[in-house]
Design a protein around this ligand. Structure first.
Ligand code: ZN
Length: 402
């Protein structure tokens, strides 16, 4: 998949336009993983940090060593703690911030009483050649824990268990729901989400791994819990949103939807158990089963149909390329997700889970997809205009909007 990370790192100069792309793609986290991380080219230490203090110097050297190669090898290199289940199995949940932006360590401070845990704050930002225009990408919090035998006397440790241990929680079926301060369990939504998980697991015949959903009042609050204090979010989401992350972790940052943010549950279930090579499949299947941004699948199909009617010459290829002429980022995402869901639905009805497994193997490249889709969809003709006709007819039929 061409992720936002790869896109950003390849075309850094077109930053402004690409941040829009990044926002459009920002929910693809679960399939990105380590493949598309780009380590910061430089790691600076901001003024005010005195590395002649032994602990501060050690922590800065640890963070530098980690950011030179912030991937899953950190544990085998002794840089990431293995003292808890979370740090052993999940580790760094903030990998979105590694997109090739220069890093600046802006704070190393003792976390709470004593000197066994330090909180490290890192800013990822790019400046233009005059230094007058700063483009910040992310503000990250890492924790450094004193451990004997560690190469730098400290090891890194994840934020999430540290920041959510006091959160109210409920468990039902395969899911534990965690509530940020001010959020309250909704028994009906808990039942719905838990039953939804069981049905997805049964449909795909995948292992029923435990999931943890973090219900927060905003996406900012949910991201803060994983150690990301700032990351650009799509304006269309108005600060609300969700993410399916590694380790069965789901962020649900829309209090209007709460535990019902089932789109992200699909990502968290299928990401590790039903791997896909394309975001079209990953988003398509999540939208097919769980809708998108609080809307039902049928509402998303209707939205696609609306976009098709407004753009009579729009092609499926343009949607796959996030290239709707004059389309807003929201149009691009909605059309892409709805198209993925239509394709998934048709392939499933035609060839079941076996068909979906084949669909999931296609890569993200729009040309490759367009060449392969007619066969997968069972179309008689393989030319693009036949595919476009199918796409319009299918959206019209599924949305009930002609
Ligand atoms: Zn998604």
């Amino acid at each position: 998949m061409t992720s936002m990370i790869a896109i950003l790192s390849r075309h850094v100069l077109r930053f402004r336009r690409l941040v829009v792309t990044a926002l459009v793609l920002a929910t693809f986290v679960i399939t990105d993983e380590a493949h598309t991380q780009v380590a910061p080219p430089t790691v600076s230490v901001s003024f005010g940090i005195d590395t002649t203090f032994t602990d501060v110097g050690d922590v800065v050297r640890l963070v530098r060593a980690y950011l030179a190669n912030p991937d899953s090898s950190a544990r085998s290199r002794g840089l990431w703690s293995a003292a808890t289940d979370f740090d052993r199995n999940v580790g760094d949940l903030t990998t979105d911030v590694y997109q090739g932006f220069p890093a600046t360590i802006v704070g190393v401070a003792s976390d709470g009483p004593g000197d066994s845990v330090y909180v490290v704050r890192v800013l990822y930002a790019r400046a233009d050649s005059t230094g007058g225009h700063i483009s910040p990408l992310a503000f990250q919090r890492l924790y450094a824990v004193r451990e004997s035998g560690a190469p730098f006397r400290f090891r890194l440790s994840g934020a999430l268990p540290r920041l959510t241990h006091g959160w109210e929680r409920r468990s039902k079926g395969q899911v534990t729901f965690w509530y940020a301060p001010g959020q309250h369990p909704n028994p009906a939504k808990i039942s719905y989400a838990s039953t939804f998980v069981d049905s997805v697991v049964a449909l795909f015949h995948v292992p029923a791994n435990h999931l943890d959903m973090y219900v927060a009042g905003s996406m900012e609050e949910a991201l803060r819990a994983i150690g990301v204090d700032f990351f650009p979010e799509a304006s269309a989401d108005r600060g609300r949103g969700g993410r399916g992350l590694r380790g069965g972790i789901v962020l649900a940052g829309n209090p209007g939807i709460g535990e019902g943010y089932v789109h992200e549950l699909v990502h968290a279930i299928l990401g590790p158990t039903f791997p896909s090579r394309s975001s079209l499949f990953a988003e398509g299947v999540a939208t097919w089963l769980g809708g998108s941004r609080g809307r039902t699948p049928q509402e998303i199909y209707a939205r696609l149909r609306q976009i098709q009617v407004a753009h009579p010459t729009l092609t499926l290829g343009q949607v796959l390329s996030y290239d709707i002429p004059n389309g807003t980022p929201e149009d691009q995402t909605d059309a892409f997700y709805a198209t993925g869901a239509l394709i998934v639905d048709t392939v499933y009805r035609r060839a079941g889970i076996t068909g979906l497994r084949a669909l999931a193997q296609l890569n993200r490249d729009p040309n490759t997809l367009q060449a392969a889709l007619p066969t997968q969809l069972g179309l008689a003709s393989s030319d693009h205009s036949a595919l476009d006709r199918w796409w319009r007819a299918e959206a019209a039929q599924k949305s009930g909007v002609r």
